[in-house]
Design a protein around this ligand. Structure first.
Ligand code: FES
Length: 150
């Protein structure tokens, strides 16, 4: 066990955990930030996507010991009222079906648009490639990203 100071969604938190604990479980089990989801646990599905210094990363394979100096943002911290342009576009296009993967999808999409406000189709496909949706909402996800990029 060790103590870690973490900056998450603009607030400082202190946790006492094994240094190898994945951020996914620090967020969900220690900080009650359960918007970040567990899908595969091996960095293959994207359900656990968060931002680390603005980059989309997989929290299931991110040891807490590697994030101490970083700014972490989860879906809970993306906007105050769920009104980030990507979230608004998601609502406009009625993107979710079961919804399980959607926080991760939104975190990947918002990281993309922050770096590249007007991505082309190929850039969108590349950025969203690692986010799997079992319901197959891909067409609506792409449409919502286009809307948010305008
Ligand atoms: Fe992390 Fe699937 S749960 S990528």
């Amino acid at each position: 066990m060790a103590q870690f100071k973490l900056k998450i969604n603009g607030k400082l938190h202190q946790v006492d955990v094994d240094p190898n604990t994945p951020m996914l479980w620090v967020l969900r089990d220690h900080l009650d930030l359960v918007g970040t989801k567990f899908g595969c646990g091996i960095a293959q599905c994207g359900a656990c996507t968060i931002h680390m210094d603005g980059n989309a990363v997989r929290a299931c394979q991110l040891p807490v010991s590697s994030v101490e100096e970083a700014e972490i943002t989860t879906i809970e911290g993306l906007s105050e009222k769920g009104d980030h342009p990507v979230q608004k576009a998601w609502m406009e296009h009625d993107v979710p079906q079961c919804g399980y993967c959607q926080a991760g999808q939104i975190m990947s999409a918002s990281a993309l648009l922050k770096k590249n406000p007007s991505p082309n189709d190929e850039e969108i496909n590349q950025a969203m490639n690692g986010n799997i949706c079992r319901c197959g909402t891909y067409t609506r996800i792409r449409a919502a990203i286009k809307t948010a990029s305008q």
